[in-house]
Write a new protein. Structure first.
Lengths: 114, 115
């Protein structure tokens, strides 16, 4: 099975712009979660989507949003970019079954905000 | 509020030695504790996980020890190898309303295994 893929791998934007990141989960997985990884804050949960619905949400401002399509692919959008949004954005997929499922992470998208 | 505290921040171990990384949590609702390994340029990968109904779980050279009363858990890497050099994250999760789970991560430990 192919792993989790994220595009693009690297992105450079300027303050005030918006950005859309994409994640394709492992085939058959219905849950996609997004995490932000920074040296200062570590790995922080953004949100989880399951069957096209946001199922869980972390403590990030409304500038961070996401969606999931019927094929389980997910996109994350950040509007009005700030310098502090520079981070590695990781997507993780899991089957989404009842109970705890192993989350499989993609390689991430490195976002740099200038 | 940091709900999972991890130590040490960095660790240097000789080849063949034992690497020990510790984590402590505050939220008593946590009931799933995975450890992730991350190499540069890669996403984290699940190494081993434990539920609080057992005090220890071993998979190959990796062992999780869990102390529910102290709200602490640790990762032991036996016979550490240079290939184990990576960043290790502990995490915790609880069942959330509506299903699914979200992981709360520790701050990470950079392990270097020297020859």
């Amino acid at each position: 099975k192919a792993g989790v893929t994220q595009t693009p791998r690297y992105l450079i934007k300027t303050r005030g712009q918006q950005v859309t990141l994409s994640c394709s989960p492992i085939s058959g997985h219905r849950s996609v979660s997004w995490y932000q990884q920074t040296p200062g804050q570590g790995l922080q949960f953004l949100f989880e989507y399951f069957s096209e619905t946001q199922r869980n949400k972390g403590n990030f401002p409304g500038r961070f949003s996401g969606r999931q399509f019927s094929n389980s692919r997910s996109e994350m959008n950040v509007s009005t970019l700030e310098l502090g949004d520079s981070a590695l954005y990781l997507c993780a997929s899991s089957p989404g079954l009842a109970g705890y499922n192993e989350q499989f992470f993609g390689p991430g998208t490195r976002l740099t905000v200038l | 509020q940091q709900q999972v505290k991890q130590s040490p921040q960095s660790l240097i171990v000789q080849k063949g030695g034992i690497s020990i990384i510790n984590c402590a949590y505050e939220n008593t609702a946590f009931d799933y504790f995975p450890w992730y390994q991350q190499f540069p340029g890669k996403g984290p990968a699940l190494l081993i996980a434990i539920r609080p109904d057992v005090s220890e779980k071993k998979e190959g050279r990796f062992t999780i020890s869990f102390n529910k009363s102290a709200k602490q858990f640790s990762l032991h890497i036996m016979d550490s190898q240079p290939g184990d050099s990576a960043t290790y994250f502990c995490a915790a999760s609880s069942r959330v309303t509506g299903g699914g789970n979200k992981l709360t991560f520790g701050t990470g430990t950079q392990l270097k295994v020297e020859l």
